[in-house]
Design a protein around this ligand. Sequence first.
Ligand code: PLP
Length: 399
Amino acid sequence: MIRASERAMGIEYAIRDVVLPARELEKKGIKVIRLNIGDPGKFDFQPPKHMRAAYCKAIQDGHNYYGPSEGIPELREAIVERERKKNGVDITPDDVRVTAAVTEALQFIFGALLNPGDNILVPSPSYPPYTGLVKFYGGIANEYLTVEENGWQPDIDDMRKKIDERTKAIAVINPNNPTGALYEKKTIKEILDLAGEYGLPVISDEIYDLMTYEGKHVSPGSLTKDVPVIVMNGMSKVYFATGWRLGYFYYVDPKNRLAEVREAIDKMARIRLCPNTPAQFAAIAGLTGPMDYLEEYMAKLKERRDYIYKRLSEIPGISTTKPQGAFYIFPKIEERSKWKSDKDFVLDALHEAHVLFVHGSGFGKAGAWHFRAVFLPPVEILEGAMDNFEAFMRKRLGA
Ligand code: PLP
C-alpha cells in the first residue's frame, strides 16, 4: 500500500463527515432534513441579481484570463471603499489581497505564520478549519474558552492563560460559527489589549459581519492603535455566493510589524497563481451595488431564527442560547444519560428523527455535549424538523 501523509490523513471536518450516514439513509428512500451545512444557496437565497449579471458579463466580455496574484486592482479599490465605510479603517489597495474565499486566506495566514510546534489561539467552540488548518501547517490549535452563560463571549482570562512563547496570533470569529455570538465592543478592546501586551497579531474572521439580529458588529480593525490586525471577509455569506469561492483579507498594521509575514503570504499567493478572475468582477458589483436584498434576506433569517429558538426552547432535555448573528444555533444537551456522546446523540437523532445536525465536539473541546443546527430553511421545513426532533426527544426521555 502506498501510504498517504499523516498531515492529510489527520484532517477531520465534522460538518461534512456526518453526511455519509445521512446519505445511507437517503439511499434507502428516507427523506432527511439536513440542518448541517451553512450554505444559503441550498435554500431560498441567491446572490443579488446585479452580481449574477456582472459574473455572466465578465465571462462574455472575455475576462477569462489569469489575473494578478493579489487580485485585480478595481476589486481591491472596491474592498478598500467597503471596509472604510464599514470599519473606518485607513487602508489602501496595497493592503488588500483577494483569495479563493476565506478558506484560502486562512491557508495563507497559517502557512505564513506557523513553524512546527507554534500555536494559534482559536476560539472553542470554533469553525473546524481553524483547528484543522493550523494542524495541517504543523501548528497547534490552542483553544480558548468562550462562555455559554455569557452569550458565548470569549473568556479573556482563559485566553491570557493559554498564551505561551510559541503563540503566533489570536484568531477571533465574530459573529461566531457555531454559536451565533456577537462580541461586545468591550470584549474586542480587551482582546486587542491582550494581543498588544504579548506582541501578537489578531486574525479577525468577519465573514458574517452584516448578518446580525441584535446589535452591530465591531471589528478589531476599527479599534486597533498599534496591534496588527488581519481582517478576512468575502462573498460567501453577506453576498450569498458560497460557490464562487471568492474572498479577501487586508492588513491594518500601523507599525508595519507584519512586513515579513506579508512577504511570505505574497510568495504563497504567487505559487497558486491567482483568484478566479470573472468572479472578481461580480464581487465589484456586489461591494459597490445596492444592499437592499440584504434587508429582505435578514428579515427572513430573523423569522427563522426566532422560530427555531422558540421551538428548541420548548423541547425537554436541551437548553438553547439565542444567536445574535450568522445562521447557526448551538443548543446544549442537558440530559446526557441516554447517549454516549454528542456524536452518538446526533446519529441517534438522524436515524430516529431523520434530522441532520452536527455534533458540537466537532467544533472543539468546549463544543462537547452540544449540537449545531442551521436555520437557513423556510419555517415550514424547520417546523417539520422540529416536530420530528421534539417527538424523538420526548420518546427518549419519556417526557
Ligand atoms: N469562516 C467562518 C467563520 C465560516 O463559518 C465559514 C463558512 O461557513 C468560512 C469562514 C468559509 O468561508 P469561505 O466560503 O469564504 O471560504
